[in-house]
Write a protein that binds this ligand. Structure first.
Ligand SMILES: [Zn+2]
Length: 426
């Protein structure tokens, strides 16, 4: 069996469910594996049980550095929902089962094997090849990469980085695309507050019902719409799909004509999205609420600001007696879709599957790539290719029951990470 699959099995058998994490167990396993291949390792921990591992093959000179970035924590698994032990790491019909197989101990293992195999071959790049197995990505309580870039910037600074986020193989209208995430949307939620006057529910006329006043505002947010715009990531995706970029106004229809999946991929990337998701008003059935709070999930395109979002939301809501407050702004960084790492992705895809092409994409979710981009201007991509497992099945298994990964995809991923190192740090 492959080294990557075997290492993944061992990683899955260490329960690093976050919270509480306990990632130090994984950091020790990886350190022992890498040190046996002669790779220099260092642990960084804010608290002893939540260590991050940084390993490094030093470059010959000061050429570009590449960080293989991953996280060792996983989300909760409810064993009752699973057909197999989520921490068993069983190999069944060519697939390794367990929590983290896809998100993302598979890539952790592939990254470690890429480093160890290169070290054993005596390979050295012009710049450093770095392996960062971070803690605490799933919760983000400040024990992982967010803390590392602040507390130990010299340990994790890199010119380029490969992380999770994409790598899916999709067939659209007869064309095969491998998606590479080069950007992330910003999560910028708002709270809408509507005030009224409380009163007994049996006498509605003496009160001023904040919930009723909020209703039309919620409806307006539900109908929020913007003029579509084509960000570079969508232009790149459309160019890969069509060979040219269609006009902005007709881009969505053109994608839909190819396949519903193509439209699904680009629709949330044509502008900011707005979804009212939570509401709170009276805590008692017989009390008319004086306050109604609506939480609005808002996702911005890379480059857009919460201030721009607020202007757009106020224009949508119109004049009225309400407060609108931005509660958070996270992510929203991007990297250029060109240069040595992009070339490495493109070449790898063409070599592995002649006729297939690499296509950039902007993802809605947040990954640790953001911290490297924000701290060091790192060109960070989410790319861990999958061919045996189709994208739809993978999406269903991540953070869910029966998570598993085909060994052949682990092998594909390991080849990719070796290729990335050898081309970027050449
Ligand atoms: Zn993850």
């Amino acid at each position: 069996m492959s080294d990557t699959a075997r290492l993944l099995q061992e990683l899955i058998r260490l329960d690093t469910t976050n919270p509480p994490g306990n990632e130090t167990a994984a950091a020790h396993l990886l350190r022992d594996y890498l040190e046996a291949a002669g790779v220099e390792c260092e642990l960084f921990a804010r608290v002893p049980e939540r260590a991050n591992l940084v390993a490094r093959i030093r470059g010959r000179g000061d050429g570009p550095s590449l960080a293989l970035l991953s996280h060792t924590d996983v989300v909760l698994a409810d064993a009752r929902e699973w057909e197999r032990n989520p921490f068993g790491g069983e190999l069944v019909d060519g697939e390794v089962w367990g929590r983290g197989a896809l998100d993302m101990k598979g890539e952790v293992a592939a990254s470690a094997v890429a480093l160890a195999s290169l070290a054993r071959e005596g390979w050295r790049g012009s710049g450093d090849l770095i392996f960062i197995a971070a803690a605490d990505e799933e919760v983000g309580d400040g024990f992982g990469l967010e803390w590392l870039v602040e507390a130990h910037p010299d340990a994790v600074r890199a010119d380029f980085s490969v992380n999770e986020g994409a790598g899916d193989r999709v067939e659209l209208g007869g064309k095969v695309l491998y998606l590479c995430s080069t950007a992330e949307k910003m999560s910028s939620p708002f709270v809408l507050r509507v005030h009224g006057r409380s009163g007994h529910a049996s006498m509605p006329s003496i009160a001023d019902n904040a919930l009723v006043k909020a209703a039309p505002l919620v409806a307006r947010l539900g109908a929020f719409d913007v003029e579509p715009q084509l960000i570079p990531e969508v232009e790149g995706f459309l160019a890969a799909l069509f060979g040219e970029v269609p006009a902005t106004a007709s881009a969505l229809d053109a994608a839909r004509a190819v396949s519903p999946l193509a439209a699904e991929l680009i629709e949330p990337l044509l502008g900011m999205t707005v979804s009212p998701t939570m509401a709170s008003a009276s805590g008692k059935r017989n009390v008319i609420p004086a306050l109604c709070e609506i939480t609005v999930d808002v996702r911005l395109l890379p480059g857009q600001t919460p201030a721009q979002a607020e202007t757009a939301l106020r224009a949508c809501l119109g004049e009225g007696d309400y407060e609108l407050v931005n509660t958070e702004a996270q992510g929203g960084t991007r990297s250029a879709i060109s240069g040595p790492l992009w070339d490495a992705v493109r070449d790898f895809v063409q070599t592995e599957e002649p006729g297939a092409v690499a296509a950039p994409i902007c993802v809605a979710g947040f990954t640790d790539s953001h911290w490297l981009r924000a701290a060091f201007g790192t060109v960070a991509y989410g790319f861990f290719p999958a061919r045996a497992l189709d994208a739809e099945t993978a999406a269903r298994l991540i953070h869910s029951a029966n998570e598993r990964v085909p060994v052949s995809d682990l092998e594909l991923g390991t080849r990719w990470l070796r290729h990335a190192a050898q081309s970027v740090c050449a």
